[in-house]
Design a protein around this ligand. Sequence first.
Ligand SMILES: Nc1nc2c(ncn2[C@@H]2O[C@H](COP(=O)(O)OP(=O)(O)OP(=O)(O)O)[C@@H](O)[C@H]2O)c(=O)[nH]1
Ligand SMILES: [Mg+2]
Length: 312
Amino acid sequence: MEYLRDEKAETSKILFSGLDDAGKTSIILALQREFAKIANIEPTKGAQRRMFEFLGKNISEWDLGGQQTYRIAYLKNPTKYFTETEVLIYVIDIKNKQRIQECLSYLQDVVNEFRKLEIEPPIFILFHKYDPALSRSIYEQIDKTVLYLKNKILSIPNYNQFYFRNTSIYNLSTIISAMSEALLALYPKTDLVQKTIYEFGIKSKADGIAVIDSNSLIIGWFYRNEGMKDILLASAPYFLSLNTSFDYTEGMEGNNENKMVIQRHGKYFLFRKFSLNEDLEPFYLLISKDTPEINKDDFNALINILTEILYK
Ligand SMILES: Nc1nc2c(ncn2[C@@H]2O[C@H](COP(=O)(O)OP(=O)(O)OP(=O)(O)O)[C@@H](O)[C@H]2O)c(=O)[nH]1
Ligand SMILES: [Mg+2]
């Protein structure tokens, strides 16, 4: 892992921006399943940086506190804050109609900075606080605001890199899929990985598959219907937590296969740890199927192909 950490070219910068109170830090904490910290969250002071690894790349994550004084400071010093951005996550509190114009205006400011810096990173617009179980009239209102914002944003001239997602920290799968997609935008080989996992899904007669990394980010998936997708995305991080709590048995290896199986609705959900490269963090396969086994040869073939794609 060390040789990668030293390699500057392997670091990608991902920026979280938006107004104060939008939910940026909450999203970052939700991804880490730090729900207790979200309960006591304070406004972020200035830029908070964190490094983590994703698919062998170092990701430098910048959480730009959104209070007005900070926003002004970032715009005054664009080379410090916006330079070399490879992905922007722009978070909008979709429930706060009063601040929609302010929100659009700041997005425009950020896009202008990108233009000046001559970069055009993909911008993932998160319509955030799109919480589950709201009343119908609230959803109707929110959907109207979303539509209005989409139109406005798509009419920003000469910028064609907008992607829209609805998210809520109360629906973890929305956070995980939006963040995974944003990070996968950094990888040219994403389609190949996806195709490989898809083919493995068909071959193993799976109902669904999610391959995640140790931050519960999804690197590839396969599912036969949307319901299965939601189950897999929502449960994968909890399988990961459960797996970590059992990890103390690692000292007793022997025939420890590092596999967990749950039976539900006549289906089996298997969770399995695997490595593609000894120097890097492991990955995890979550697969739903009719039998509690995975064909060893098919699984080994999957590992070989993924290694080939990602590390050769
Ligand atoms: N209803 C709802 N509230 C949320 C959601 N995500 C975050 N919040 C709340 O929004 C408030 C602000 O969240 P933060 O994560 O601190 O917002 P921020 O964008 O980091 O704010 P700054 O650091 O000031 O820029 C907190 O009270 C969170 O509990 C969500 O999905 N739904
Ligand atoms: Mg914050």
